[in-house]
Design a protein around this ligand. Sequence first.
Ligand code: ZN
Length: 92
Amino acid sequence: MSTTDFTIKAGSVPACPKCGNQQHFRAHSERVAEDCCEVWVTCRCGHDLTQDDNSERMEDVWGALDRETIINAMRCTWISLLPATTTAPAGA
Ligand SMILES: [Zn+2]
């Protein structure tokens, strides 16, 4: 498994329900089959929204942790799994 730490703009994603972090995350990539990797994002505190249901993890042929893959993984394994209660103020 490989991981990459990344930082995103404050207020652009829902905060971690455990620690309130909105900026510092870690992307994970793990090969699960010959031509399939799972990619997902966790908080820097280790909170993993896909821990109990890893069917939510994004499938990717290469599992490369490049910017585009990380953004897609952020969208489907973090943003879409949290209620959007902590977004940036409108018009900010
Ligand atoms: Zn956290």
